[in-house]
Design a protein around this ligand. Structure first.
Ligand SMILES: *Cc1c(COP(=O)(O)O)cnc(C)c1O
Length: 380
């Protein structure tokens, strides 16, 4: 049986990416590596939609989140955190670990923040230095309206920091145009790579904060990374093989074109949402992201069983709920290297498994809907 992974990280690896990992290592202080790294740094700007440099580090995405806090702020600085799921909470936990003062915007899990509420908070407390939020809150599957939040934040002296770890490459993110000061990303999601790389882009407004920031940092020092980058280098030994793989995945993204990549994610997400709804299941997230669809587990079906049977009978892995959503939702990612057969396949496997578990399913209900969406027969 083939195995297929539909989790919001890690995501499947294209063959070119896999093969690049089989090559002999090259030394990082060579012209050969520098030219690969320079190429990668250029292409990252395209995906990040920014003129600013994108820094690359060897860690999972959380490393870059921590690095942002360590480089931009000082203990006692006030930051505004959008608490709408597990990754919003992660911003809060990191900020508190560095002695920052966190003001929260609490939103119901499964919903997005109201930009006007962020505006109110920013105007009522002039000491807020930053808004820390997500593009896609992967734990709930919700997409946040970063364009509107960007408008609100750019009216103030605060910077907008967006964790786009799962959103980048799945949702539009016009970093410079929307006034997003910091974008954080990771390798194992839309980039179609193994885990192990993380990325940060910084606007000039964000770079200015670095001058006064006193939180401790050494490996994660953005200034060190930046001065190495302009020489085609990294400050420390980079994850050489992953950067070689990144060149392959960026080439795939450029070949398809970022707009086409985003459109593919939009259509696949729509197909999954419509198919799932046609089965009488309820979508948990509003608005639901193009990276991952979270679905309320219907009464009479056990979440653990659903995922176990999908795995056992179809080699299909989907994600469960995190934190307080554990056991209540399942999440199907349609992120990164996905094609039409993957999408129709995961819905087929879901229907078969629901039927196996006693849920009333008319065969091919969801599959038919996927097909209709892919044929353009459904208003998009
Ligand atoms: C996956 C994810 C993270 C965490 O990234 P790691 O690579 O596991 O450290 C953070 N934020 C969001 C929105 C994510 O999807």
């Amino acid at each position: 049986m083939k195995t297929r992974i539909f989790t919001p990280g890690p995501t499947p690896l294209p063959e070119k990416v896999r093969l690049s990992q089989a090559k002999q290592i090259i030394h990082h202080r060579t012209k050969e590596f520098s030219s690969i790294f320079e190429d990668v740094c250029q292409s990252l700007k395209y995906v990040f939609q920014t003129k600013n440099d994108v820094l690359t580090f060897a860690a999972s995405g959380t490393g870059a989140m921590e690095a942002v806090v360590a480089n931009l702020f000082s203990p006692q600085d006030e930051v505004l955190v959008v608490r709408g799921g597990k990754f919003g909470e992660r911003w809060e936990n990191i900020a508190e670990a560095f002695g920052l003062k966190v003001t929260g915007i609490d939103i119901e899990w499964g919903r997005a923040p109201d930009p006007l509420q962020i505006r109110e908070k920013l105007h009522s407390s002039k000491t807020i230095r930053a808004v820390l939020t997500q593009l896609v809150e992967t734990s709930t599957g919700v997409r946040y309206d970063i364009e509107s939040i960007g408008k609100v934040v750019s009216e103030t002296s605060a910077v907008l920091v967006v964790d786009a770890i799962s959103g980048l490459g799945a949702e539009p993110l016009l970093t410079d145009e929307w006034g997003v000061d910091v974008v954080v990303a990771g390798s194992q999601k839309g980039f179609m790579l193994p885990p192990g790389l993380c990325f940060v882009s910084l606007s000039e407004k964000a770079r200015k904060l670095m001058d006064d920031a006193t939180c401790p940092r050494y490996y994660w020092d953005f200034k060190k990374a930046q001065s190495a980058l302009v020489k085609g280098q990294t400050a420390f030994t980079p994850a050489v093989s992953l950067i070689c793989a990144l060149r392959e995945s960026l080439a795939l993204i450029k070949e398809e074109g970022l707009d086409a990549v985003l459109e593919r994610h939009r259509v696949f997400a729509l197909a999954v949402r419509r198919a799932v709804s046609s089965l009488g299941l309820e979508i948990f997230a509003h608005p639901s992201s193009n990276a991952v669809t979270s679905i309320l587990v219907p009464a009479g079906v056990e979440e653990k069983n659903l995922r176990k049977k999908l795995q056992e009978n179809f080699g299909v892995m989907i994600a469960g709920g995190q934190g307080k959503l554990s056991g209540k939702i399942v999440r199907i990612a349609h992120l990164g290297w996905m094609d039409k057969l993957d999408i129709v396949g995961v819905i087929f496997a879901l229907e078969m498994t629901l039927a196996h578990l006693g849920y009333d399913v008319e065969p091919a209900t969801g599959v038919k809907v996927v097909q209709e969406v892919l044929m353009g027969k459904v208003a998009m």
